[in-house]
Design a protein around this ligand. Structure first.
Ligand code: GSH
Length: 223
């Protein structure tokens, strides 16, 4: 039985969604973030040393890292569904987006989250102006312009085809959902980028997405 070690408000939601798209049976083990630090509980480290979510177990296998989990699930159980055919241009695009989501845009979104939190977080009053100066500079000179460039790029890519890997919905769209949802709450993604917003609307309307939300429970991305 596939078990998803599911942290509330986290990337593991997209694994639940993928499992629903594939119509597979699975079990959810739930972990709650610490309400103050927002970190995962230590119990998750008993499943995988890094203590991050998602992690799945399937028989003797324990597997972490969203992209690897997605590749495993579609490869082992997909019967060719949700992956473009090997050797096609679409397959290469599919591979690209699977890596891009966690390798390129997600680190910037995480930096944005941390800088915003440092600014709002508690600190001695005399330190605040210095901290704010550093945070403002890092955001304005690096994080925000890079995020803007990435979002413009993604808007252009969805102008080429309806889905990230081509004209068919694929597991790459599942992988790309999380950074785009995070960009709405953290990076000002809005109707000025209509293709990305239409993508989000389309995925949110999918029955499997809604079922995964209903099963996974609380899903609000951190700001
Ligand atoms: N690149 C990893 C990132 C995993 C990750 O950072 N997960 C977050 C949830 S969205 C987490 O577990 N955060 C809690 C913590 O760091 O304690 C993946 O895609 O699986």
């Amino acid at each position: 039985m596939i078990v998803v070690h599911h942290l509330n408000n986290s990337r593991s939601q997209r694994i639940l969604w993928l499992l629903e798209e594939l119509g597979l049976d699975y079990e959810i083990r739930r972990y709650q973030r610490d309400p103050k630090t927002m970190l995962a509980p230590p119990a998750l480290r008993q499943i995988h040393s890094l203590g991050k979510s998602p992690v799945i177990t399937d028989g003797d296998l324990t597997l972490a890292e969203s992209g690897a989990i997605i590749e495993y699930l579609v490869g082992r159980y997909g019967n060719g569904r949700l992956v473009p055919a090997a050797g096609t241009a679409e397959r290469l695009r599919y591979t690209y987006w699977l890596h891009y989501a966690e390798g390129s845009i997600q680190p910037l979104l995480l930096m944005k989250l941390f800088f915003d939190r440092i600014e709002k977080g508690p600190m001695p009053f005399f330190v605040r102006p210095f901290a704010k100066g550093i945070v403002d500079k890092a955001r304005a000179s690096f994080v925000v312009p890079n995020l803007e460039r990435q979002l413009d790029y993604l808007e252009g890519e969805l102008g080429r085809s309806g889905w990230f890997a081509g004209d068919e919905f694929s597991a790459a769209d599942v992988q790309m959902s999380f950074p785009l949802e995070a960009a709405v709450v953290r990076a000002g993604l809005d109707s000025k980028r209509p293709k990305l917003m239409a993508f989000l609307e389309r995925i949110h309307a999918r029955p499997a997405y809604r079922k995964a939300i209903a099963r996974g429970g609380e899903y609000g991305l951190l700001r």
